[in-house]
Design a protein around this ligand. Structure first.
Ligand SMILES: Cc1cc2nc3c(=O)[nH]c(=O)nc-3n(C[C@H](O)[C@H](O)[C@H](O)COP(=O)(O)OP(=O)(O)OC[C@H]3O[C@@H](n4cnc5c(N)ncnc54)[C@H](O)[C@@H]3O)c2cc1C
Length: 295
Protein backbone atom coordinates (compact mmCIF):
# COMPACT_ATOMS: atom_id res chain seq x y z
CA UNK A 1 0.00 0.00 0.00
CA UNK A 2 1.32 3.44 -0.82
CA UNK A 3 2.40 5.67 2.04
CA UNK A 4 2.06 9.24 0.78
CA UNK A 5 -1.23 11.04 0.04
CA UNK A 6 -2.23 14.63 -0.71
CA UNK A 7 -4.75 14.48 2.13
CA UNK A 8 -5.23 12.07 5.00
CA UNK A 9 -8.62 12.18 6.75
CA UNK A 10 -8.40 10.78 10.27
CA UNK A 11 -11.80 9.45 11.35
CA UNK A 12 -14.28 8.20 8.75
CA UNK A 13 -17.59 8.79 10.54
CA UNK A 14 -20.28 11.28 9.51
CA UNK A 15 -17.85 14.11 8.82
CA UNK A 16 -14.79 12.16 7.70
CA UNK A 17 -16.54 9.86 5.24
CA UNK A 18 -18.25 12.89 3.66
CA UNK A 19 -14.92 14.75 3.49
CA UNK A 20 -13.30 11.70 1.87
CA UNK A 21 -16.03 11.49 -0.74
CA UNK A 22 -15.84 15.18 -1.68
CA UNK A 23 -12.02 15.11 -1.82
CA UNK A 24 -12.09 12.01 -4.02
CA UNK A 25 -14.73 13.58 -6.26
CA UNK A 26 -12.37 16.51 -6.82
CA UNK A 27 -9.66 14.08 -7.87
CA UNK A 28 -7.57 14.68 -4.75
CA UNK A 29 -5.41 11.75 -3.71
CA UNK A 30 -6.93 10.85 -0.33
CA UNK A 31 -6.56 8.28 2.44
CA UNK A 32 -9.31 7.79 5.03
CA UNK A 33 -8.29 6.09 8.29
CA UNK A 34 -10.67 4.90 11.01
CA UNK A 35 -10.12 3.09 14.29
CA UNK A 36 -13.23 0.94 13.55
CA UNK A 37 -15.17 0.07 10.40
CA UNK A 38 -17.78 2.83 9.94
CA UNK A 39 -20.67 2.86 10.38
CA UNK A 40 -20.18 1.36 13.84
CA UNK A 41 -21.89 1.61 17.22
CA UNK A 42 -19.04 3.29 19.13
CA UNK A 43 -19.37 6.60 17.29
CA UNK A 44 -21.72 9.58 17.41
CA UNK A 45 -23.30 8.35 14.17
CA UNK A 46 -24.76 5.17 15.69
CA UNK A 47 -28.51 4.76 16.09
CA UNK A 48 -29.89 4.64 12.52
CA UNK A 49 -31.68 8.01 12.23
CA UNK A 50 -31.00 11.73 12.60
CA UNK A 51 -33.38 14.65 12.51
CA UNK A 52 -32.75 17.56 10.16
CA UNK A 53 -34.64 20.76 11.04
CA UNK A 54 -34.25 23.73 8.73
CA UNK A 55 -35.06 26.39 11.36
CA UNK A 56 -32.56 25.60 14.10
CA UNK A 57 -33.39 27.09 17.50
CA UNK A 58 -29.71 26.55 18.29
CA UNK A 59 -28.84 29.68 16.27
CA UNK A 60 -29.84 31.46 13.05
CA UNK A 61 -26.24 31.18 11.81
CA UNK A 62 -26.86 27.45 11.26
CA UNK A 63 -29.88 27.92 8.97
CA UNK A 64 -27.91 28.56 5.72
CA UNK A 65 -25.69 25.57 6.53
CA UNK A 66 -28.66 23.27 7.15
CA UNK A 67 -30.40 24.43 3.97
CA UNK A 68 -27.24 23.78 1.94
CA UNK A 69 -26.84 20.40 3.67
CA UNK A 70 -30.39 19.49 2.65
CA UNK A 71 -29.50 20.17 -1.02
CA UNK A 72 -26.44 17.97 -0.64
CA UNK A 73 -28.51 15.13 0.89
CA UNK A 74 -30.72 15.19 -2.21
CA UNK A 75 -27.57 15.13 -4.39
CA UNK A 76 -26.25 12.17 -2.39
CA UNK A 77 -29.52 10.27 -2.84
CA UNK A 78 -29.19 10.72 -6.60
CA UNK A 79 -25.46 9.88 -6.73
CA UNK A 80 -25.84 6.75 -4.59
CA UNK A 81 -29.29 5.69 -5.82
CA UNK A 82 -30.36 5.14 -2.19
CA UNK A 83 -33.25 6.55 -0.16
CA UNK A 84 -31.51 8.46 2.62
CA UNK A 85 -34.03 11.17 3.56
CA UNK A 86 -37.67 10.86 4.68
CA UNK A 87 -39.55 14.20 4.51
CA UNK A 88 -41.70 13.39 7.54
CA UNK A 89 -41.95 16.99 8.76
CA UNK A 90 -41.31 17.85 12.39
CA UNK A 91 -43.95 18.82 14.92
CA UNK A 92 -42.67 21.23 17.57
CA UNK A 93 -44.77 21.70 20.69
CA UNK A 94 -44.43 23.50 23.97
CA UNK A 95 -45.56 26.60 25.77
CA UNK A 96 -45.69 29.59 23.43
CA UNK A 97 -42.82 31.35 25.21
CA UNK A 98 -40.69 28.20 25.65
CA UNK A 99 -37.24 29.25 24.39
CA UNK A 100 -36.96 26.40 21.89
CA UNK A 101 -40.29 27.29 20.26
CA UNK A 102 -39.71 31.06 20.28
CA UNK A 103 -36.17 30.72 18.85
CA UNK A 104 -37.30 28.32 16.13
CA UNK A 105 -40.08 30.65 15.00
CA UNK A 106 -37.65 33.60 14.92
CA UNK A 107 -35.30 31.69 12.58
CA UNK A 108 -38.17 30.40 10.42
CA UNK A 109 -39.45 33.97 9.93
CA UNK A 110 -35.99 35.33 9.13
CA UNK A 111 -35.39 32.69 6.42
CA UNK A 112 -39.03 32.55 5.22
CA UNK A 113 -39.25 28.85 6.06
CA UNK A 114 -42.71 27.23 6.03
CA UNK A 115 -44.13 26.69 9.50
CA UNK A 116 -47.75 25.76 10.23
CA UNK A 117 -49.15 26.95 13.57
CA UNK A 118 -51.41 24.38 15.25
CA UNK A 119 -53.59 24.43 18.37
CA UNK A 120 -53.51 21.33 20.65
CA UNK A 121 -56.94 20.14 19.44
CA UNK A 122 -55.83 20.38 15.80
CA UNK A 123 -52.67 18.39 16.57
CA UNK A 124 -54.63 15.66 18.33
CA UNK A 125 -57.15 15.51 15.48
CA UNK A 126 -54.44 15.16 12.86
CA UNK A 127 -52.24 12.83 14.92
CA UNK A 128 -54.30 11.07 17.62
CA UNK A 129 -51.04 9.40 18.71
CA UNK A 130 -50.21 12.64 20.58
CA UNK A 131 -51.78 14.01 23.74
CA UNK A 132 -50.96 17.74 23.97
CA UNK A 133 -51.53 19.96 27.05
CA UNK A 134 -54.07 22.75 26.48
CA UNK A 135 -51.56 25.50 27.21
CA UNK A 136 -49.19 24.30 24.47
CA UNK A 137 -48.85 25.56 20.93
CA UNK A 138 -47.59 23.49 18.03
CA UNK A 139 -45.75 24.25 14.82
CA UNK A 140 -45.25 21.86 11.94
CA UNK A 141 -42.08 22.34 9.92
CA UNK A 142 -43.20 20.39 6.85
CA UNK A 143 -39.95 20.15 4.85
CA UNK A 144 -37.77 18.78 7.62
CA UNK A 145 -37.35 15.08 8.26
CA UNK A 146 -35.22 12.08 8.92
CA UNK A 147 -31.80 11.15 7.59
CA UNK A 148 -30.64 7.53 7.65
CA UNK A 149 -27.21 8.47 8.95
CA UNK A 150 -25.64 5.01 8.97
CA UNK A 151 -26.84 4.34 5.40
CA UNK A 152 -25.42 7.75 4.50
CA UNK A 153 -21.98 6.69 5.70
CA UNK A 154 -22.26 3.50 3.64
CA UNK A 155 -23.30 5.55 0.60
CA UNK A 156 -20.35 7.93 1.02
CA UNK A 157 -18.02 4.98 1.53
CA UNK A 158 -19.07 3.30 -1.73
CA UNK A 159 -18.85 6.56 -3.66
CA UNK A 160 -15.49 7.49 -2.11
CA UNK A 161 -14.06 4.13 -3.17
CA UNK A 162 -15.41 4.67 -6.69
CA UNK A 163 -13.34 7.89 -6.76
CA UNK A 164 -10.19 5.94 -5.79
CA UNK A 165 -10.15 7.10 -2.17
CA UNK A 166 -8.14 4.62 -0.07
CA UNK A 167 -9.77 3.51 3.19
CA UNK A 168 -7.97 1.91 6.13
CA UNK A 169 -10.40 0.53 8.71
CA UNK A 170 -9.77 -0.98 12.17
CA UNK A 171 -6.63 1.12 12.19
CA UNK A 172 -6.39 3.57 15.13
CA UNK A 173 -4.18 6.58 14.52
CA UNK A 174 -1.80 6.82 17.45
CA UNK A 175 0.21 9.90 16.60
CA UNK A 176 0.10 12.90 14.25
CA UNK A 177 3.39 14.72 13.73
CA UNK A 178 3.27 17.97 11.73
CA UNK A 179 6.44 19.40 10.19
CA UNK A 180 7.38 21.98 7.58
CA UNK A 181 7.59 19.27 4.90
CA UNK A 182 4.22 17.64 5.65
CA UNK A 183 2.45 15.51 8.19
CA UNK A 184 3.35 12.08 9.52
CA UNK A 185 0.42 9.93 10.63
CA UNK A 186 1.28 6.89 12.71
CA UNK A 187 -1.14 4.03 13.20
CA UNK A 188 -0.66 0.84 15.19
CA UNK A 189 0.24 -0.97 11.97
CA UNK A 190 1.79 1.63 9.62
CA UNK A 191 3.14 5.13 9.09
CA UNK A 192 1.64 7.38 6.41
CA UNK A 193 2.56 10.83 5.11
CA UNK A 194 0.39 13.65 3.77
CA UNK A 195 0.62 17.23 2.55
CA UNK A 196 -2.55 18.10 4.47
CA UNK A 197 -4.69 16.46 7.11
CA UNK A 198 -8.34 16.63 8.17
CA UNK A 199 -9.08 15.54 11.72
CA UNK A 200 -12.65 14.21 11.89
CA UNK A 201 -12.42 12.15 15.05
CA UNK A 202 -15.63 13.40 16.70
CA UNK A 203 -15.69 12.69 20.44
CA UNK A 204 -12.08 11.44 20.33
CA UNK A 205 -10.71 14.78 19.08
CA UNK A 206 -9.60 15.92 22.54
CA UNK A 207 -7.57 12.73 22.85
CA UNK A 208 -5.90 12.80 19.45
CA UNK A 209 -5.16 16.53 19.69
CA UNK A 210 -4.31 16.50 23.40
CA UNK A 211 -1.14 18.57 22.90
CA UNK A 212 -3.15 21.48 21.47
CA UNK A 213 -5.41 21.50 24.55
CA UNK A 214 -8.57 22.62 22.79
CA UNK A 215 -11.46 23.43 25.13
CA UNK A 216 -13.43 20.33 24.08
CA UNK A 217 -15.80 18.40 26.27
CA UNK A 218 -17.36 15.02 25.53
CA UNK A 219 -21.03 14.53 26.37
CA UNK A 220 -23.17 11.41 26.49
CA UNK A 221 -26.47 11.48 24.57
CA UNK A 222 -29.07 8.77 25.11
CA UNK A 223 -32.16 7.59 23.30
CA UNK A 224 -34.42 4.55 23.33
CA UNK A 225 -36.63 2.62 20.93
CA UNK A 226 -40.26 1.73 21.69
CA UNK A 227 -41.23 -1.27 19.58
CA UNK A 228 -44.60 -1.28 17.87
CA UNK A 229 -46.37 -2.97 14.95
CA UNK A 230 -48.93 -0.15 14.74
CA UNK A 231 -48.68 1.50 11.31
CA UNK A 232 -49.89 4.81 12.75
CA UNK A 233 -46.40 5.19 14.24
CA UNK A 234 -44.80 4.91 10.80
CA UNK A 235 -44.38 7.68 8.22
CA UNK A 236 -46.35 9.28 6.64
CA UNK A 237 -48.82 8.87 9.53
CA UNK A 238 -46.44 10.20 12.20
CA UNK A 239 -44.02 13.12 11.81
CA UNK A 240 -40.84 13.61 13.79
CA UNK A 241 -41.48 15.56 16.97
CA UNK A 242 -39.63 17.91 19.26
CA UNK A 243 -41.35 18.84 22.52
CA UNK A 244 -40.20 21.45 25.00
CA UNK A 245 -41.84 20.29 28.24
CA UNK A 246 -41.00 21.30 31.82
CA UNK A 247 -37.61 22.79 30.88
CA UNK A 248 -36.66 19.55 29.08
CA UNK A 249 -36.46 18.90 25.37
CA UNK A 250 -37.66 15.54 24.04
CA UNK A 251 -37.43 14.55 20.41
CA UNK A 252 -38.49 11.52 18.47
CA UNK A 253 -38.81 9.74 15.18
CA UNK A 254 -41.55 7.65 13.62
CA UNK A 255 -40.77 3.97 13.12
CA UNK A 256 -38.90 4.07 9.82
CA UNK A 257 -36.53 1.15 9.99
CA UNK A 258 -38.76 -1.31 11.87
CA UNK A 259 -36.85 -0.79 15.14
CA UNK A 260 -39.69 1.17 16.77
CA UNK A 261 -40.42 4.79 17.67
CA UNK A 262 -37.16 6.39 18.74
CA UNK A 263 -37.25 8.95 21.56
CA UNK A 264 -34.42 10.94 23.10
CA UNK A 265 -34.05 13.67 25.67
CA UNK A 266 -31.79 16.47 24.56
CA UNK A 267 -29.66 16.87 27.63
CA UNK A 268 -26.11 15.76 28.16
CA UNK A 269 -24.00 13.99 30.71
CA UNK A 270 -20.58 15.61 30.66
CA UNK A 271 -17.05 14.25 30.43
CA UNK A 272 -17.68 10.68 29.35
CA UNK A 273 -14.92 8.65 27.77
CA UNK A 274 -15.89 7.90 24.14
CA UNK A 275 -14.51 4.38 24.53
CA UNK A 276 -17.05 3.84 27.30
CA UNK A 277 -20.19 4.99 25.48
CA UNK A 278 -21.82 1.76 24.35
CA UNK A 279 -23.17 0.48 27.63
CA UNK A 280 -26.95 0.12 27.89
CA UNK A 281 -29.06 2.81 29.50
CA UNK A 282 -29.32 2.02 33.22
CA UNK A 283 -25.67 1.01 33.63
CA UNK A 284 -24.53 4.54 34.52
CA UNK A 285 -25.02 6.04 37.99
CA UNK A 286 -26.94 9.06 36.65
CA UNK A 287 -29.41 7.10 34.52
CA UNK A 288 -32.09 6.96 37.19
CA UNK A 289 -32.08 10.75 37.32
CA UNK A 290 -32.13 10.97 33.54
CA UNK A 291 -34.97 8.55 32.91
CA UNK A 292 -38.14 10.08 31.53
CA UNK A 293 -41.80 9.19 31.57
CA UNK A 294 -43.51 9.14 28.24
CA UNK A 295 -47.26 9.19 28.08
C1 LIG B 1 -27.54 10.29 20.45
C2 LIG B 1 -27.26 11.31 19.39
C3 LIG B 1 -28.30 11.90 18.72
C4 LIG B 1 -28.04 12.84 17.74
N1 LIG B 1 -29.08 13.38 17.05
C5 LIG B 1 -28.84 14.24 16.05
C6 LIG B 1 -29.89 14.70 15.22
O1 LIG B 1 -31.06 14.30 15.39
N2 LIG B 1 -29.58 15.55 14.22
C7 LIG B 1 -28.30 15.98 13.98
O2 LIG B 1 -28.08 16.76 13.04
N3 LIG B 1 -27.27 15.53 14.72
C8 LIG B 1 -27.52 14.67 15.73
N4 LIG B 1 -26.48 14.18 16.46
C9 LIG B 1 -25.13 14.64 16.14
C10 LIG B 1 -24.51 13.88 14.97
O3 LIG B 1 -24.84 12.53 14.98
C11 LIG B 1 -22.99 14.08 15.08
O4 LIG B 1 -22.71 15.46 15.04
C12 LIG B 1 -22.20 13.41 13.97
O5 LIG B 1 -22.51 12.05 13.82
C13 LIG B 1 -20.72 13.58 14.33
O6 LIG B 1 -19.94 13.10 13.27
P1 LIG B 1 -18.37 13.00 13.44
O7 LIG B 1 -17.85 12.55 12.13
O8 LIG B 1 -17.85 14.24 14.05
O9 LIG B 1 -18.16 11.86 14.56
P2 LIG B 1 -18.32 10.28 14.40
O10 LIG B 1 -19.44 9.92 13.47
O11 LIG B 1 -18.35 9.78 15.81
O12 LIG B 1 -16.97 9.83 13.70
C14 LIG B 1 -15.73 9.92 14.34
C15 LIG B 1 -14.90 8.77 13.80
O13 LIG B 1 -13.53 8.97 14.19
C16 LIG B 1 -12.97 7.69 14.43
N5 LIG B 1 -11.78 7.86 15.26
C17 LIG B 1 -11.71 8.40 16.49
N6 LIG B 1 -10.45 8.38 16.96
C18 LIG B 1 -9.70 7.82 15.98
C19 LIG B 1 -8.30 7.50 15.86
N7 LIG B 1 -7.43 7.76 16.83
N8 LIG B 1 -7.87 6.90 14.72
C20 LIG B 1 -8.73 6.63 13.71
N9 LIG B 1 -10.05 6.89 13.78
C21 LIG B 1 -10.53 7.47 14.90
C22 LIG B 1 -14.10 6.93 15.13
O14 LIG B 1 -13.91 5.53 15.06
C23 LIG B 1 -15.32 7.41 14.37
O15 LIG B 1 -15.68 6.51 13.32
C24 LIG B 1 -26.72 13.23 17.44
C25 LIG B 1 -25.65 12.62 18.12
C26 LIG B 1 -25.92 11.66 19.08
C27 LIG B 1 -24.77 10.99 19.79
Amino acid sequence: MKKHYSVIVVGAGSMGMAAGYYLGKKGIDTLLIDAYDPPHNMASHHGETRLIRHAPAEGEQYAPLVLRAQELWFDLEKASNRKLFYPTGTLLAGEENAPFIADTIKVAKKFSLPMERLQPAEIEKRWPQFSIPENYIGYLEPDSGVLLNQDIILAYKTLAKSHQVAIQTNCPVTEIIPSNSGITVKTRQNTFYADRIAICTGAWTGKILKDIRLPLQTVRKTFGWFETNDVSFQPPLLPCFYFNCNQQKYYGFPDITGSGVKVGRNDSEKDVDPEDMVQDFGKYPNDQKRSCHIR
